[in-house]
Write a protein of this length. Sequence first.
Length: 310
Amino acid sequence: MSSPIGCRVCTEFMTEPVFHWLKSSPTGPLMVLTGFVHGNEPVGHYVLEQLKECIAGLPTKGSWLFVEGNKQAFLQGKRFIDRDLNRCFTPEILLEETIYGHEPELARAINNKLSAILDEYEDREIHLLDLHSTSAHGMPFMSALTRNTAELLLPVTPVPKISGLLEQLQGCLAEWFVPELTTSHIIECGQHDQASTLEYGLNAVILHSHILGMMAHCEQVESAKAYLAKASAPWGKIYTEICYTLTVSKGDEFSMYPGFENGQPIHREQPLATLNGREICAHLDGRIIMPGYHLPVSEGFFLSQDKPRQ
């Protein structure tokens, strides 16, 4: 493929996206699981390894498709090769094809292949669950991208909820496919390197498969719900809404002050980080969400304020 002068194409890393059918049925819903969209988030790899064996022996209805995200970055232990894959699902990149590099090419390949599959399943319910983890310790959470998700999953899932996150970002995979989906949501399962983060992701998939009618009630479902409730207990039934994003552009020098945890309460004027040598303080009382400790980052942190419990 040729590219405009000045645009580098990383042919060394260009590979076709890998899709795994964990279980396929001629009837029932389709659940699309996306993992390691960010290469330094291993929870998706664990779910891929464990879920196929788990659902093989359970009474199920429907199909599970796992989409490997940025496998090259995952194999190298990097968040991305050229740019954040989870900011590449935009018309400019997917349709106009004006931006090149490993992640834009990968996003186009994922879009083409997954869109074709979704077209095949257009007469069924289609659910997308995007698995992530965070660089900071602290609160796991889930975010809903569709009204159906909020109505079906939020009230019966014992996981802290955050709204407004995807509205602050552009180019996220889980949002791009929303018009073709029955439900779409993300789960941030915990800190990248914690073993509990991996278990959190697996149990979330099991519980949500049950809630969405793809798995009959069984001991594994009860165990998954109990695990999520216990692992989420320190944060209670938090429902918080993003109201500020600190954007970090390419070339910026960003440094998060140490000691912050995801979901931690913060107060107005509290120093949080530095950006290009300037100290950044909170401009409100609320919570800090996903403080960025593993560089590079596209967002240094988010700030949220709690809402009435739903």
